[in-house]
Design a protein around this ligand. Structure first.
Ligand code: ADP
Length: 424
């Protein structure tokens, strides 16, 4: 049986989060970094194929172009249903890329309507009356308002999405969702009659997500966060599209040293870094020094560390320091300096025998994974909701990677992560 659901994610941690939630079903999931070369691996397509792009903040045309290639690959792998995955906090720039990619996918797939449901209740992200809430705060009042690349200063998905798309935007609110799948389908139908192509759907708990999955399991295109996608496999099993799975787990044994590389400045990452500082050898990256002197001193620091000592290298900083660095270097340069340095240090670490990597930050994870030349990954156990260990081969060596999106995990995440792997 070929691929049932083909997924495209706009960043690497988002893709691993989605892969982890699909893997909870026990069905085969393959995560691919970037669009594979067309003739590669097509015959070995898994039930769920997830393609990780790194296009969250790319120019719109690039994001749309890459998503189009991903769609073509997934169709070739046999998929007839597709999922467009973005962050539960709807991280995007004013121009996109969530809306433009969705419209391209709709046009390629000839569908008149899709839904937008980034809710992830298990991680405290809910959608109510079309507004995103992070815990009990509106998105625009949460720490996401200070994000270095995609500061979210509005909480209304309708207002965020409307300028990104050409078609009409509407809402199926919680009252409808509470009435169950048939009521939601009816609401989608009546919105379709009003030519509403983009429907934001409220969800505040997993039961809501089950209703949404039941109502949309037949749609060719669903968009949203990983949590709604995580509810789809059971409907595919129920509909007989796929046989019930035999659970299988990847081995968690990986030999070699460990390092945390953090380029995320999100509030949760800041407390994770603060907590872990006392338990490891650490190096803080100073952006201005990095821009002036390059990554050489950091590489030398890494070379000096004994191989069995846990290590942390971080650019993680408070919002005022991020602003200061961005004022000094410019926003783009500030990000590039950090991402290039951490990518370089990941390669250095691999050269020094490090095989267990935790990367904190979506963009950061993308840069590190690309630097290591990882293209295909196996999903392992979840460290925290939506953050699994993933295993890959780098130059023939088995490597474990945990790619953590900024606000995911609890304070002890880094420590928890390494405890979950079998001793080297
Ligand atoms: P998250 O998952 O928390 O959003 P990301 O890695 O996606 O984390 O984004 C954080 C961005 O902030 C990256 O592009 C990174 O290069 C940039 N960055 C990291 N540290 C600093 C800093 N000290 N000053 C300015 N920008 C920074």
């Amino acid at each position: 049986m070929g691929t049932i659901l083909g997924c495209i994610a706009d960043d690497f941690t988002g893709a691993t989060d989605l892969a982890a939630l699909l893997a909870r079903s026990g069905l085969p999931v393959t995560l691919r970094i970037g669009v594979p070369a067309t003739d590669q691996d097509q015959t070995e397509a898994a039930t769920f194929e997830v393609i990780a792009l790194k296009t969250r903040t790319s120019p719109v045309a690039d994001a749309v172009g890459q998503a189009r290639q991903a769609l073509a690959w997934l169709r070739h792998a046999g998929a007839a249903r597709f999922f467009w995955k973005y962050c539960s906090t709807f991280d995007s720039t004013a121009e996109g890329n969530i809306g433009p990619v969705a419209e391209m996918l709709m046009s390629e797939l000839c569908v008149a309507q899709t839904i937008y449901c980034p809710a992830f209740p298990e991680n405290g992200r809910s959608i109510f009356m079309g507004h995103v809430l992070v815990g009990q705060e509106l998105l625009s009042e949460s720490p996401m308002k200070d994000h270095p690349l995609t500061p979210m200063r509005d909480s209304s998905l309708i207002r965020l999405l409307a300028p990104q798309v050409k078609g009409k935007v509407g809402l199926a609110n919680r009252h409808t969702v509470l009435q169950g799948p048939e009521a939601l389908k009816e609401r989608l139908r009546s919105l379709a009659e009003e030519a509403v192509r983009h429907v934001v759907v409220d969800a505040v708990c997993d039961e809501d997500l089950r209703t949404i999955a039941a109502a949309t399991a037949d749609m060719s295109l669903v968009t949203g966060g990983s949590a709604v996608a995580g509810q789809l496999p059971r409907y595919y099993v129920e509909q007989g599209l796929v046989a019930a799975p035999a659970a299988r787990r990847a081995s968690t044994k990986v030999n070699g040293g460990q390092v945390v590389l953090s380029g995320s400045c999100s509030a949760m990452t800041r407390s994770q870094v603060a907590y872990y500082l006392g338990q490891c050898a650490s190096l803080r990256l100073d952006l201005v020094a990095l821009a002036e002197r390059g990554v050489g001193p950091a590489r030398e620091w890494l070379q000096r560390q004994p191989s069995d000592v846990p290590k942390l290298i971080y650019a993680t900083a408070e919002p005022q320091d991020v602003r200061q660095a961005q004022e000094r270097l410019g926003l783009e340069k500030a990000s590039t300096v950090v991402e290039t340095a951490l990518a370089n240090l990941a390669r250095e670490a691999f050269g020094l025998g490090i095989r267990r990597f935790v990367a904190a930050g979506g963009e950061t994870s993308g840069a590190i994974t690309q630097a290591l030349g990882v293209t295909r990954l196996e999903i392992g156990p979840e460290i925290a909701a939506g953050v699994p260990w993933i295993f890959a081969k780098v130059k023939g060596e088995r490597v474990a990677l945990a790619l953590k999106s900024g606000n995911f995990g609890g304070e002890t995440f880094f420590e928890d992560a390494f405890k979950l792997l079998e001793a080297a």
